[in-house]
Design a protein around this ligand. Structure first.
Ligand code: DGJ
Length: 727
């Protein structure tokens, strides 16, 4: 791949060409003039640049509120003298190289009347065709300036048959994918949870420029807001020639008083463009995330057993020890002790008690964690533990000591969350930041052998009020919460660079690229039903690679949906992400246990391809054809793993045959079925095909398993290993 030496080029006429190998962003940044946008899409040839610049419409690249902004604006501010009008002109353009080697182009804008400044910044990541953009706002006015709107990014998209893809959902139904055409009016995707931001909606979108989104074809733009808090992503389809995209922190109830000399930094939005459909955009984002944001992206994730669905709050030493023995026997590499292990005055026997009191409950674990750690080590396992450090319960010693640490409307009663007693701490308060850091730090200092922390967050910010903030700064609550959260995460990572940390928030409430620089993965959902997981993991994969998606084999019937499914189906679905187990192994049948043991060994063999490879989504479950299929291909295109799931069962129905993608057309590949249960092998078993054949025709897959009658079911799934051979 040719990597452009310069991220941005500036022509004599002030055209600013910010580019990656296959994409171009063309702007006009003439000093003293308005900052203008001309084009974003496929890479421009040198010849095209002047022609495009002259012939395409010029629109504001970062319009502001107050002067000539009847149809579009991004930033809005009330200046020190009370004026609500802002009017920016280009001051200068500069380029720098960051410590990580990335090139940053900074377009500095200055107000025509006030000492008020906005830098619109662009960072290019050539190898994944991503351009990150954000703003930095500051002023030298004689009093504070109040920012009332402050998106990170603005992108005009030429009006047409443009479709929006986004992820919505709910608890137990995270990652649900929606595609819809953009029609006149403003479409807004907004999160107001306060603490978590991906349960009901996601801060990432795609725009398909050629009509209904296709997985493999079509010009598609991806935009990813890297933030852990409330957001607003809006697309305004007005009377003009544009769909106007703005993305950033949700400013409602969050007016930000910016002091003289202070800089307000908005979170980055990563933009990418692909002509290979939604799947193409996902691959760019996955690669960008793995290469530049995800914690420990170069480390394979261990196969784990998490205790929650197995024992819930019923933690006790012999049971935990037995679970560790069982997962070790099955070839697992990590045991995670979930909720229920702590609290002395208020033991955590349910969700009403103990949050905040992170001492071991000696009634449940008389020998503490030290013994569990020893026992894990003897079994060759790493040990992990659950915390929810941002929270307290009404029934906790923490709340008794620090009632002023909770978020609470002034003069009013607290509003409770989970269990009717949960409270959320005000992370904007430095004392709370210290406490949250210390929860992590104390555990890791006392038990340095802990290898994994599951960090949960089961409550939104339900009422508005900070005991810490002054009366005129109450509107900083949401933003300061997340600045505080990030500060704590940074501090933890400086001191504990090695420990793995999972982001969990009532299931999938914290799947976002704002936190993943500090976390290794996230829990996709508390719903572990494999059929619904196919849809959830599919939607989630629009913006997050397999390595980030914790996917666990659970009991049948599933505790969330009560649907019964065969072990193979449960295993095959979990294997397409970061494989784990979430059940009580002592309740497994011998056959299930043997199947899981073999599957774990198999997963370990193909894990590098699944966790580090490129993902090709082949056939969407959302298409309603009764089939879903995807595959992972490693970078040299020597190894691939193909997953096929039947999502609806109709007798003697002709399910679509799925063609493959991402292989080298000229290489020869041998097919091996993994996790096989059929009495007879597939007709393609052991056969060798060219990549060209597999990508043009795929393979014939029977829609039922050939098994003895008691094992017959309406579920069916296939996992194929595809390996290049030398001759
Ligand atoms: C919610 C999480 O999503 C679950 O996995 C589990 O950790 C529980 N919290 C524990 O209370």
């Amino acid at each position: 791949m040719i990597i452009a030496a310069l991220a941005a080029t500036m022509t004599a006429s002030a055209q600013l060409h910010i580019s990656t190998p296959t994409t171009s962003l063309l702007l006009n940044a003439e000093p003293g003039e308005r900052f203008e946008y001309m084009y974003y899409g496929a890479a421009l040839a040198d010849t095209d640049i002047p022609a495009v610049a002259e012939s395409e419409k010029h629109v504001d690249a970062y319009p502001v509120y107050g002067m000539d902004t009847f149809n579009a604006y991004t930033l809005a501010a009330t200046h020190a003298d009370g004026s609500m009008a802002t009017d920016m002109r280009v001051d200068k353009v500069s380029e720098s190289t960051d410590k990580d080697g990335s090139k940053v182009t900074r377009v500095s804008l200055k107000d025509t009347l006030y000492p008020f400044y906005i830098d619109v910044c662009y960072r290019t990541w050539p190898a994944c065709d991503v351009i990150e953009t954000w703003t930095e706002i500051r002023h030298n006015e004689n009093k504070a300036v109040t920012l009332t709107e402050f998106p990170s990014a603005y992108l005009p998209v030429r009006r047409g048959n443009v479709w929006l893809s986004h992820i919505d959902g709910a608890w137990g139904n995270e990652g649900h994918l929606t595609h819809e055409p953009l029609t006149p009016g403003i479409k807004t995707i907004r999160n107001i949870d306060g603490a978590r931001n991906s349960q009901n909606a996601h801060s990432e979108i795609m725009l398909s420029l050629d009509g209904k989104p296709q997985e493999r074809t079509g010009r598609t733009i991806g935009a990813v807001l890297c933030y852990s808090g409330n957001y607003d992503i809006s697309i305004n389809t007005d009377a003009s020639a544009w769909h106007r995209l703005t993305a950033g922190i949700d400013a409602h109830n969050s007016a930000y008083r910016l002091a003289k000399g202070e800089t307000f930094l908005t979170p980055a939005v990563a933009l990418t463009y692909s002509e290979r459909g939604t799947s193409g955009v996902s691959r760019n984002i996955h690669r960008w995330g793995r290469d530049h944001r995800l914690q420990h992206a170069d480390r394979e994730r261990p196969v784990l057993l998490n205790s929650w669905e197995g024992i819930y709050f019923d933690v006790n030493e012999p049971v935990v020890n037995k679970m560790m023995t069982d997962i070790a026997d099955m070839g697992g590499e990590l045991f995670v002790l979930d909720d229920g292990w702590f609290g002395t005055k208020y033991p955590r026997n349910g969700d009403k008690w103990g949050l905040g009191d992170w001492e071991i409950d000696r009634a449940k674990l008389p020998n503490g964690i030290t013994d569990l750690l020893k026992s894990a080590e003897e079994k060759g396992l790493k040990f992990g533990i659950w915390i929810e450090p941002e929270m307290a319960n009404l029934y906790s010693e923490l709340y008794e000591k620090h009632p002023d640490w909770i978020i609470q409307a002034p003069g009013r009663d607290p509003v409770f969350g989970r269990g009717g007693t949960q409270l959320i701490l005000d992370l904007g308060n430095p004392a709370v930041q210290e406490h949250v850091f210390k929860v992590f730090d104390r555990l890791m200092t006392e038990y340095p052998a802990i290898g994994y922390i599951k960090w949960d967050a089961n409550m939104p910010i339900k009422n508005h009020g900070s005991h810490y903030q002054k009366a005129d700064a109450q509107s900083r609550l949401y933003i300061d919460y997340h600045h505080g959260f990030e500060k704590v995460c940074k501090r933890i990572r400086e001191k504990y660079p090695d420990v793995m940390v999972q982001a969990c928030a009532s299931g999938g409430g914290r799947a976002n690229w704002g936190i993943l620089p500090y976390f290794d993965e996230f829990w996709v959902s508390d719903n572990t039903d494999p059929l619904q997981r196919i849809y959830m993991q599919w939607g989630t994969s629009y913006f997050f690679p397999a390595i980030t998606q914790a996917a666990h084999i659970s009991a049948s019937p599933c505790h969330a949906t009560h649907r019964a499914t065969p072990i193979k189906y449960r295993v095959d679905v979990a294997m397409s992400g970061r494989l784990g187990i979430e059940l009580q192994p002592s309740q497994m049948t011998e056959a299930e246990r043997t199947f899981c043991k073999d599957a774990i060994a198999t997963y370990k063999a193909v894990r590098p391809t699944i966790q580090m490879g490129d993902q090709y989504r082949l056939h969407s479950p959302y298409d309603g054809d009764g089939v879903a299929a995807l595959m992972y291909v490693d970078e040299p295109r020597d190894h691939a793993v193909f997953f096929w799931y039947k999502t609806e069962d109709f007798h003697n129905h002709h399910y679509p045959r799925v063609t493959m993608d991402g292989l080298d057309p000229d290489k020869k590949y041998k097919i091996t079925e993994l996790n096989r249960i059929d009495k007879t092998p597939l007709s393609c078993e052991g056969k060798v095909y060219t990549g060209a054949w597999l990508m043009a025709n795929g393979l014939e897959l029977p829609y039922r398993h050939i098994v003895d009658t008691p094992m017959m079911s309406d579920y069916s799934s296939r996992v194929l290993r595809i390996d290049a051979i030398n001759n």
